[in-house]
Ligand binder design. Sequence first.
Ligand code: C2E
Ligand code: MG
Ligand code: MG
Length: 766
Amino acid sequence: MRPAVHWPTMTWTRVRASVIVLLVVSFAAVLVLSPGGPGVTGGIDDVAATTSALIATCAAGWRASRLQHRARLSWALLTAAFAAAALGQGAWGWYEIVLSREVPYPSFADAAYLCFPVLALAGLLLRPSSALVGQGRTRSVLDGLLLAGSMFNLSWVTALGATYDAGGDSSLAFVISLAYPVTDLVLVTVTVVVLAQAQARRVLVVLAAGLLMLCVADSAYSYLTTLGTFQSGNLTDVGYVLGYLLLAEAALRDRTVDAATPRPVSVPSMLLPYLPAVGGVGIAVWQLRTGLSNPAVLVGSGLVVVLFIRQLLTLLDNHRLVGEVIAGQAALSFLAFHDPLTSLANRALFKDRLEHAVALRARNLQPLAVLLADLDDFKDINDTLGHQAGDEVLREVAERLLRTTRAGDTVARLGGDEFAVLVQDGGDAWRVAQRILQALDEPIELNGKQVPMSASIGVAAVDTRDPALTAVELLKRADLAMYAAKRRGKASVARYELGSADALANELDLRTDLVAAVADGTLDVHYQPILAATGELVGFEALCRWTRRGERVAPAVFLPVAEQAGLLSALDHHVLTTALAFAATFGEDLLLNVNIGVDQLVDPALPARIRSALETHRLAPGQLVIEIPENRLLPDRRAAASTVAGLRADGVRLALDDFGAGWSSLARLQELAPDIIKIDRCFVAPLTAADAPTDIVAGIIELAHQLGASVVAEGIEHPQQLETLRRLGCDAVQGFLLGRPMPASQAAQLVGQQSSRAPRSLQPSR
Ligand code: C2E
Ligand code: MG
Ligand code: MG
C-alpha cells in the first residue's frame, strides 16, 4: 500500500504549478491589455517583478533553513542572489513609482542585478551533486566558459552585436550592458552542464528553467535598451516574473540531495551543453554566406568546431572509461560480499543482513530464524575425488539451497562446507530445513558417478521471550543446534530450544575449553599396554585423555571438536612429546605407539618435527610407532607418501590403525606399506565363541604377513578372542582384558614388574 503522505505532496505540487500559470498568464494579460495606460502598467510590472523576486528569496531562505551542510550553504547563496535581484527590482520600482522618474543608467539597480548571477553561480556550484565531485566543479566552470563563449558567439550575431554597434552613453554603461548577457550566459550554461551531469534532475530542471527565463528577459532588456525602445511594462518582463516564480518553485521542491554514488551520464545528456556551440557556429557560417559576418568570425568559429570535436572525443573516451570503472567497482563490490565459488552471499553480507533483520525485528516483531547447514563428510569427497569435484558439489548444493528457499531469504556460504539461510517474513525455518534435507537427499552426479550428500542443520529462531537477542547470539545458537544435529548423525536437523540452552551452551563451552586445554598443555596421556602373543609386554599405545571440570570427556567427543577447530595437530604434538618423555624412562626394549590425524600425514614438516622430538628425549626412532587411522581418507596421497617416506627414512615405524573398518584398505596397504597392521575391534568382537567364523581375521593376518607386516589385534575383552587370535598367528594383542589405558605412573609400574619377571604368558589382567 502506498503511504498516504504522498497524496498531499502531489496535490501541493500541482496547486503551485497552477498558481504559477495563473499568475503569469494574468500578468501577461495585464501587460498586453495595459489597463490604465503605460504608467500604471509599468508600475504593476515593477511591483510584480519585485514581489516575485521576494517570493523566490523567501522560498530559497526557507529551504536553506531546512537543509544542512553544503546544501544549506548552496541555498543560502541562492537566497542572497534572489535577494539581490529583488533589491534591483525594488530599486527600479522606487525610481519609477515613488520618484516618478526614469531609471538612470547605470544605477544602483544595475549593481544589485549584476550581483545576482555571481551569487547564483556560486550557489549552483556549491550544490552537493555527484557531478561536482573532485575536479567536477572546475570542469563545470570551464565547460560553462567554453559554452558561454559559443553562446556569446550566438548572441553576438543575434543581440550583442547590435549592443556593441550601438555603443553606449559611457564606457561603464557599455560594460554593464555587455555584462548582463555575458554573466547570464555563464550562469545558464553552468546550470545546463550541472543539469546534464546530475542525477537528481527534477529540481535542477526547474532551477535551470527559471534562470533561463531570467536570462532571456535580460537579453531582451539589453537589446531593447540599446535600441532605446525598452520601457517598463514590456511583454518581455513576463520572463522575470516567470523566472522568479520558477526559482521559488525549485526551492520548495529541493528536498533530495544528489546521491554521491557515480553513475554513467548518458551520452545525449553529456552532449546537451554543446548544442549551443554548434548553433552559434552554424549561425556564424550562415551569416558569412549572407555577407553579415567577417572571416575572423569564421576562423574563430572554425576553432570552436575543432575544439568542440576534440572535446567530444575526450568526452566519449571518458564516458567509456567511467563506464568501465563503474562496472569494475560493481564487480569489486560483488566480490566483497559474495562467495566467488557459488555466488551466494558471503559471511560479511550474511552478517550484515542478519544484523539488519535483528534490528528490524526489534521494531516490527516479525519472526526471524537462522539456519546453519554443515555438509556431512564433505572432507572425504574432497579427499577422494579431488578439489575440483568438491567445488562442483558445493556449487550444486548452493543451487539446491536456492531452489528450496524463497526469493527473499538470504542464502550464504559462510566458508568451507558451511551454509546459512536467513529466514524472514514469517517463513517456517523448520520446514525450510526439512526441504533442504530432501533436496540434498538425491545424490549429486559427478563425472558419471552418483555422490551421496547430506547435511546436518541447526535452526535457531528469535524467541519472543528473548527480546534483546543480538545477531551474534542468534548465529551462535544456530551453530550450537548444528553441532547437536551432527551428534545425532548424518542428515538431521536440530532446533535450538531455550530450555535446552544449558546443554547447548555446554557444547559451545566445550570448544572454548578444549582450545584452552590444548594451549595450556593440560591434556593427559594414558598408556594402553600392547602384549606379544607370547605374553610379554611389547609396548604401549599413547591415548589422549581430557578431564574437563572434573569429568572425563571421551576422545570420540573431543577429537572431532579438535579437528573442527583446527586443533588436532597441536593436540597430537602434545601427546607425542608427553609420551616420548614417558618412553624415555622405560628403556629401549619397549615400543611407543602414538596416533596422528590424517591431516598431519600430509604435512611435510611432520618428519622433522618428530625427529626433533625424538632427539630432545634421546629416543631411538625405531622405538616409535606412528598410528595412521584407516577409517579416514588421505587428503593428498602424494604428500602422504612423501611424509611416510620421510618418517621411514628416519627409522620410525608405521602402523595402519583400525584396519578393515574404513576406506580402500588394500590400496592404502599398498601405498603406505605399513610395518604393523592393527585389526579393528569389529573383527575381534565376534570371536567370543569357539566356533565363530574366523575367515576374515585369518585372511588379514595372512595378507599382512605376506606383505612383511606384523599384526596387532585390538579390543580383546574375552579370553576366547585371545585364544583364537593366538591360534590364527596374530603377533600382538591389545584390549581391556590385557590392560586398560592407564596413567603413566601405573604404566611405569607395569614396566617394572615386567622387567623383574620372566616373560609373562598371556594371562587376563582383570
Ligand atoms: P585407537 O587408536 O583405535 O585406540 C584404541 C581405542 O580403543 C582407545 O579408545 C581404547 O581405549 C579403546 N580400547 C582398547 N581396548 C579396548 C577394548 O578391549 N574394548 C573396547 N571397547 N575399547 C578398547 P579411546 O582412547 O577412546 O580412543 C579412541 C580413538 O581416538 C583412538 O582409537 C584413536 O583413533 C583416537 N585417539 C586417541 N588419542 C589420540 C591422540 O592423541 N591423537 C589422535 N589423533 N587420535 C587419538
Ligand atoms: Mg590407535
Ligand atoms: Mg585402533
